[in-house]
Design a protein around this ligand. Sequence first.
Ligand SMILES: Nc1nc2c(c(=O)[nH]1)N[C@H]1C(S)=C(S)[C@@H](COP(=O)(O)OP(=O)(O)OC[C@H]3O[C@@H](n4cnc5c(=O)[nH]c(N)nc54)[C@H](O)[C@@H]3O)O[C@H]1N2
Ligand SMILES: Nc1nc2c(c(=O)[nH]1)N[C@H]1C(S)=C(S)[C@@H](COP(=O)(O)OP(=O)(O)OC[C@H]3O[C@@H](n4cnc5c(=O)[nH]c(N)nc54)[C@H](O)[C@@H]3O)O[C@H]1N2
Ligand code: SF4
Ligand SMILES: [Mo]
Length: 865
Amino acid sequence: MDRAIRTTCAYCGVGCGIAATPTGPRSVTIKGDEAHAANAGRLCSKGTHLGETVGLAGRLLYPMIGQKRASWDKALDLVARRFRDTIDRHGPDSVAFYVSGQLLTEDYYVANKLMKGFIGSANIDTNSRLCMSSAVAGHNRAFGEDIVPASYDDLDQADLIVLVGSNTAWCHPIVYQRIQAARAARGTKLVVIDPRRTETCEGADLHLALKPGTDVALMNALLAWCDREGIASSDHLTVPEGFWDHIRTGHDLWTTARTCDLPPAQLEQFFRLFAATPRTVTLFSQGVNQSIRGTDQVNAILNVHLATGRIGKPGAAPFSITGQPNAMGGREVGGLASTLAAHMDFAPDNVARVGRFWAAPTMATKPGLKAVDLFRAINEGRIKALWIMATNPAVSLPDAARVREALASIPFLIVSDIMAQTDSSAHAHVRLPAAGWGEKDGTVTNSDRTISRQRAFLPLPGEARPDWWIVTQVARRMGWRSAFAYDRPADIWREHARLTAYQNDGARLLNLRAHATIGNDAYDAMEPFRWGGAPFADGRYPTPDGKARLVLTKQMDLQPPLRDWPLTLNTGRYRDQWHSMTRTGLSPKLARHREEPLVEVHPDDAQALGLADGDLARVATPQGDSLFRAHLTEGQRPGEIFTPIHWTDQVSTGGRTGLLPRRLVDPHSGQPGFKSTPASLAKVTAEWKGFLILRGTEPVTLPCLWATRVTVSGGTLYEIAGNGDPARLETCLPKGDRVEAIDQTRGTRRIAILRDGRLAAVLFVTRTGLLPSRDWLIGQLEAEQVTASVLAARGPGARPDKGATICVCFDIGLNQIVAAIRDQSLVDVPAIGQAIGAGTNCGSCRPALANILAQTTQETLHAAE
Ligand SMILES: Nc1nc2c(c(=O)[nH]1)N[C@H]1C(S)=C(S)[C@@H](COP(=O)(O)OP(=O)(O)OC[C@H]3O[C@@H](n4cnc5c(=O)[nH]c(N)nc54)[C@H](O)[C@@H]3O)O[C@H]1N2
Ligand SMILES: Nc1nc2c(c(=O)[nH]1)N[C@H]1C(S)=C(S)[C@@H](COP(=O)(O)OP(=O)(O)OC[C@H]3O[C@@H](n4cnc5c(=O)[nH]c(N)nc54)[C@H](O)[C@@H]3O)O[C@H]1N2
Ligand code: SF4
Ligand SMILES: [Mo]
């Protein structure tokens, strides 16, 4: 581990420590950092395979003005000049930044300072608006400050963990492993509240598959139950008028069971368990936040914890878990349009204080536009220059077609990204090459307020530069040289720390005073630390009277299904992909878990639509439509469908989830209701289906109905389907020696292109026949010599189709796992690991293994009956 550089994972808010050992100019060995409290050496599948994502494929390496390479000087001058002109002509509110929880704290700090102190507008919002702004608003309402009152240690000490709207097994896998460890060590009970049966539910003590959008009713009824049991009280709390009357009316078991569409006995079981278990952590994420009543849903959870005194004590806390690696750092610097800086809002005192500290010429005095409103303002022509940093709104904002129109119409668009082509940068006037993970230096704050260093271990490629540098250069060119005279991230960190401490008499818990004078070497050597200690342990809250507040929350009325849009669309994540796939998409291993975007649908709904597993299906909403591959599963409630958020124009003709949700937002937080959109589903016929494997990673556009691309070892795999003559696909094949086999009866065509004896491409298309396993053919990309026999699609001794990849670390497929369970009579997950290795490295697939084990055992029993 000598040469290893300690850094923090690029992905989720768990914030795992990583020991990265460079092994070449663009290669690195990744291990978990055993000394980091967040993960103690463990990493999930995404973290484990970070090494596969540090190549230069697809990177933006030079500043670009339009389609032309430009010098940094020229690009920065242009950006500064256009911002200056736009502000002079239309005022400061005519420009905006749209930033990201994937920026480092230092990047975030300078972007926020430039907009709110110098440009003089608060039009800087972030993708965190889409992510946890309801939690921020909920915390502010209840605690008086945006404080996450939990730490991961609480999970180790809890007797009951309630996961609400969180697919922890896939989205925060190391936290999930920690929960499993607590269950094994001390018998901690686990309850999952999620309309879908996700892998997180595997082995849970209870899964409440509630009707979407009914969390307020559930939490209020839980509080009513605790009240009747005599374990709820208003002591030391500010209670709004009528609060208890409201809780005590209409929140009985039966009414609630009807509202939430749950068996009353199940609800009762949960309420009893909760009431009997003081050490409870309620961990929540997007199923709660991403709702048009997200803030109320957050406060309904906080109410229960406050009134039952389950906060500020070991093993007892509400825990809003964050998504992105630095969502929390963004909140700390104040990078949301609705906050000012360092946990201060726009109260006149705060504006004056921050203005003094920054020596700011033109302070913003009121909140700016929140993400959805910001893009609406662009549509309406009110924002004339936008700078996007480290986010891909053309994919991730709701009603993405309108967002794309906004990006196409805005007079001046700048995109700072690590990738050359994204759906958002397609219309950029200027593209700026940012330094990526492993190249940039700074700090991030994870879900439990632990601040860790991200450190560079690779040289900057091409002319890429860190985001803080880019912003600072533009600020200097706009005339604010001395206010942005930073030479290194440590300079910015010290200033941020000083601001958190500036005239902070204890009213703000965020106070990094100890770091205000930290030296450069100490910054470089900084160990992970958690700020804020154990908040609220003394029962005091950062409100004027020191008391926390209960908030009266009412269950909203849910609309009955609409005639044309009878289904409810829920959206979210896959285990091995990160957002718009710009990085995880580079990893051949991660690609194999889910190669195509699926629409998950209950078999009853599928039957009514004549839809079979594997068919193509169109999901439509009033906002737009897109194709998906249908997957039938009992894990969906009837009437509800689920699609993933990851697929983009860069990799697929379908799977465009962003086009589907509405622009409706929560009134307090501005967070969109991504989890519930009225939708319809219809089967789409494809006369033929097939796949194309190409050597290399250069993307091609395939003229067909369905084409989705994933990176595989040595090349690219396209899954394809379409109507009409598939022969037109052949124009996309590379030049070389062509071998071909045709089976007229099944309408099957197999073509291989060989170059210097090596495989350059294979195209398999069939109308009625079966397609062979792709694995063996992909393996042939690596062979020194192949012959026409490659068209048989299996070599001597080739293994049978291993099925969808479950364990990405050891490349083990579903069929192999089922066979091992059957043949060797395996009875638990560790036994599967011993027999074939699956699940013994990162452990991300263990919930899936448990699921396969349960199903296989059941099928075997049925077969024996
Ligand atoms: N693999 C992977 N991990 C990630 C990410 C990724 O892209 N890929 N992204 C990261 C980011 S930024 C985030 S924000 C987190 C998100 O992490 P999660 O919040 O865990 O992920 P989601 O899949 O968005 O949604 C969680 C669950 O909410 C459920 N849900 C939907 N509607 C309701 C409802 O009305 N009530 C309740 N109780 N539940 C509901 C959904 O069925 C879904 O299973 O993941 C982070 N980790
Ligand atoms: N329907 C639906 N939509 C959703 C969600 C949902 O559950 N359902 N979830 C929402 C949530 S919680 C989130 S967090 C968002 C995420 O959505 P986005 O933020 O749009 O997704 P990413 O793909 O992470 O975009 C990050 C971009 O930054 C680039 N990048 C990576 N590193 C750097 C860097 O160091 N500097 C710069 N300048 N660029 C970099 C990447 O290449 C990529 O283009 O999606 C939201 N949208
Ligand atoms: S849980 Fe996985 S993705 Fe999240 S920080 Fe840890 S290794 Fe990275
Ligand atoms: Mo997120």
